[in-house]
Design a protein around this ligand. Sequence first.
Ligand SMILES: Nc1ncnc2c1ncn2[C@@H]1O[C@H](COP(=O)(O)OP(=O)(O)OP(=O)(O)O)[C@@H](O)[C@H]1O
Ligand SMILES: [Mg+2]
Length: 255
Amino acid sequence: MLPTVNALRYVVPLKEGGSLPGVMEADDCGTWVVKYRGAGQGVKVLVAEIIVAGIARAIGVRVPELKLIEMPEQIAKYEADEEVQDLLNASVGLNLAMDFLPGAFNYDGSTPPPPQDAAAILWLDAYVANIDRTPHNPNLLRWGKQLWAIDHGAGLYFHHTWPSRTPDPNRFAAQRFDDSGHILRPVAGSVSTVHQAARDAVTPELLAGIVADVPDEWLEPTDDLPNATAIRAMYVDHLVERLERPDAWLPEDGR
Ligand SMILES: Nc1ncnc2c1ncn2[C@@H]1O[C@H](COP(=O)(O)OP(=O)(O)OP(=O)(O)O)[C@@H](O)[C@H]1O
Ligand SMILES: [Mg+2]
């Protein structure tokens, strides 16, 4: 599991975020962006954040460090904004913490990353089927002269169907990816080169280690997946299967 810190003080909401993530100070002296378990999007987006960030790291895409953060009841006590107060109250307990990158600004395309860095991010998004990286909503931060990928909650959307449909790794493996609106498509280099390296890096063992980072209580059992062990194995099966079938989803090589 990821290490856990304790929230001490609520600092400010990040208003650009639809889920209204908050900045908090914690007992490790760190400042963290907190993504709430009680936000409208549900706990599965936090599961996707952890798994996709783990894959990103394995292929060399920069993502802020993740931890879990325990939020006490009294954190909402001095918060005047009612919407934030509701969110905090609904999220007492374990939430996701992402290292706050001070002074980072949203990527606007004016200083593109090297073609191979762009290709790695495009590959990542195609692999996990994350369509949430467009000029309108880049979900990329420029910080320390480098590009950092954030906000991966829209990836691995297949898990949202698990309560109603029997999980099917083949279905996900064959799912196409429309890269036409991807913010880095115009500047991306060879995606097939990234894929070759990723096939060596993203092993079943690596994936099992990444899904082990997800807390048990965020893995929601269904009729088909009665416990955390079964759910973790199903994530690994989906990702292993898709890695084998790039013909279905791998974007064409760019420059
Ligand atoms: N680690 C970070 N360091 C600094 N700023 C951040 C960090 N994470 C997020 N932000 C800022 O907060 C904004 C919202 O974050 P994020 O996109 O993760 O939230 P969200 O609620 O999932 O967003 P969306 O509206 O795309 O659903 C970002 O666009 C960025 O400006
Ligand atoms: Mg976002």
